[in-house]
Design a protein around this ligand. Sequence first.
Ligand SMILES: Cc1cc2nc3c(=O)[nH]c(=O)nc-3n(C[C@H](O)[C@H](O)[C@H](O)COP(=O)(O)O)c2cc1C
Length: 159
Amino acid sequence: MKHVLVIYYSRTGHTQEMANAIAQGAQLAGAQADCRSVYDVDIAQLVNYDAIILGSPSYYGSMAADVKKFLDSTISLHGKLRGKVGGAFCSSARVSGGNETTLLSILHAFLVHGMILTGGTPTYPYGPVAIHAPNDDATREECLAYGRMIAELAAKLSP
Ligand SMILES: Cc1cc2nc3c(=O)[nH]c(=O)nc-3n(C[C@H](O)[C@H](O)[C@H](O)COP(=O)(O)O)c2cc1C
């Protein structure tokens, strides 16, 4: 069984709702999925996961400072996350609110860790995005599909 960790920072709950749906999607693919706030992640435990998916609201077109702080703290694991699958998700206030630049800011950090990244769904190629909360069925389905896709990729890489 693959272990997937979905991590989020969320001030008003939108990104957290996405995280819950993504974790649910990973579970539908047969993975064990944990869903935690950036404040509740024990950095040392990251090595125990096959895939790590990190989400942030768009703050001025990039990840929130708390997410960057979390990522910077992973320097203590540098080299130990190599080969794990990574993914990103984002909530913003508007369609052109910097969702994709926020996703890429997270994915860039995962590349520096040597993690393996995949394109997302045809609708959200960089990873799922929601305008505020994922209230509509289509956005929720995208979150489920992304969680499933990441868990399946982790299983393919090390059956
Ligand atoms: C400091 C700050 C900066 C923000 N910058 C942007 C932005 O650049 N583009 C945007 O669309 N929304 C921006 N927002 C809105 C949030 O991205 C949006 O409300 C998001 O859904 C909040 O997610 P959360 O409920 O998980 O905290 C900003 C909000 C804050 C507090």
